[in-house]
Ligand binder design. Structure first.
Ligand code: KG4
Ligand code: ZN
Length: 374
């Protein structure tokens, strides 16, 4: 170990690193590799009143969808190997896009977890090596905080309104997670509930598989659902009346499976698939909307936000938007380019860490954590 380099890492920010104490805008290189997207982003961040002023200068996403669709789902070892191959070119093109070099960066942010361990390790070890070789401090970042903050990326950076828009009730729905979070402000958030079994996106993927649709299933199920007839089939709404803010989607998936068993096994007509998708999507949207709005009322939310891969679902967005309008609450879905996994949201979460007051960590103590909690 080069002790000089290590001490350099800690001489840069001997005190807490707080964005408002920095005299110039800073640049963050963010790296994301938690599942099957290798992504890098260069973000400029400056102090702001309620929210840091952030601007993504370049954002690259290399998706492995094609690789995994052949297997009908993400194969962790194959994902990690693809990350190893892609990570350097992805990071290099994020920098080159704006004519930047690694030495122009002030911080390196990386997704520490949650996610698939082999995938996470590639990003984390790459970022640690870069940090060690360059002396640029490392900011380990929680993937779910990236999703949680991603709807806020849309707001004008100097917005004073944002302060007034708290408390926020946030629904985060992805392939691996389904969470309801109460945000009092950017620093104080609390998990209200989560799935007790399958995640919302996972249930879309599993139903798609049952119907012989390609991976990832969410967009495909949603496309067929939009052409299905409402009310032709009824599926259960699991835990909709349960007092907790937890969710369960595995029973719904089983209900679809049992329904399919009542049908002829060969050549299911397209209209039948469309109606099944519609009934399934309606059940998921109902549960997510009712529980989110119940939390929003209970905690007197001023705004409801929606993020994660499933936030790309138009029916879910429309349903939450309609209910928020009825209650005079703001509704902020994540912008489409930030719904699926990306490094811009990781840069944003790192910028918010710096905005809140960040204590630099020893990069040697940073390890990938597949079960990292918010
Ligand atoms: O956030 P994300 O890209 O990765 C994880 O962190 O898991 O989410 C991917 C999930 C997949 O399960 C995918 O099927 C789902 O998001 N998804 C959708 C839609 N687009 C993507 N689910 C429902 N409707 C969609 N339009
Ligand atoms: Zn994700």
């Amino acid at each position: 170990m080069n002790e000089k380099l290590i001490s350099k890492l800690f001489l840069i920010f001997p005190e807490n690193a707080k964005l408002s104490n920095m005299h110039k805008s800073i640049k963050i290189l963010a790296i994301e590799s938690s599942c099957d997207e290798t992504a890098a982003c260069v973000m400029e961040a400056a102090p702001g009143k309620a929210f840091p002023k952030t601007k993504a200068l370049s954002s690259i996403i290399n998706s492995q969808t094609k690789l995994h669709s052949k297997m009908g789902g993400v194969v962790p070892e194959a994902a990690a190997r693809a990350h190893v191959k892609n990570i350097r070119p992805v990071v290099e093109s994020a920098l080159k896009n704006k004519g930047l070099k690694i030495k122009d960066m002030d911080f390196i942010a990386v997704t520490q977890g949650p996610g698939l361990l082999p995938s996470l390790m590639v990003g984390v070890e790459f970022a640690k090596t870069l940090s060690f070789a360059t002396g640029i401090p490392l900011i380990p970042t929680n993937h779910m905080l990236g999703h949680l903050y991603s709807p806020l990326a849309f707001l004008p950076a100097t917005s004073y309104q944002l302060q007034a828009n708290f408390p926020i009730v946030s629904l985060v729905v992805s392939g691996g997670h389904t969470m309801l979070v109460l945000m009092e402000d950017l620093k104080n958030y609390k998990l209200l509930g989560q799935t007790v079994d399958d995640a919302a996106g996972e249930s879309f993927d599993k139903v798609a598989k049952m119907l012989g649709l390609p991976y990832p299933g969410g967009p495909e199920v949603s496309r067929l659902a939009s052409r299905g007839t409402q009310g032709k089939i009824e599926f259960p709404r699991p835990m909709i009346h349960d007092k907790s803010y937890n969710f369960s989607f595995s029973g719904l998936k089983t209900a679809v499976l049992y329904y399919l068993k009542t049908l002829p096994t060969t050549h299911l007509p397209l209209s039948a698939k469309q109606n099944i998708c519609r009934a399934f999507e309606d059940a998921v949207v109902d549960v997510l909307t009712i529980k989110t709005m119940r939390a929003a009322k209970e905690f007197q939310a001023k705004t409801v936000t929606l993020s994660g891969g499933v936030a790309a679902n138009t029916s879910l967005k429309d349903s939450l938007n309609t209910q928020c309008q009825k209650l005079n609450m703001g509704f902020l879905p994540a912008p489409m380019n930030l719904c699926g996994d990306n490094a811009e949201m990781i840069a944003l979460a790192a910028a918010i860490k710096l905005h809140n007051d960040y204590k630099p960590v020893n990069f040697k103590k940073v390890h990938a954590d597949p079960n990292l909690e918010i």
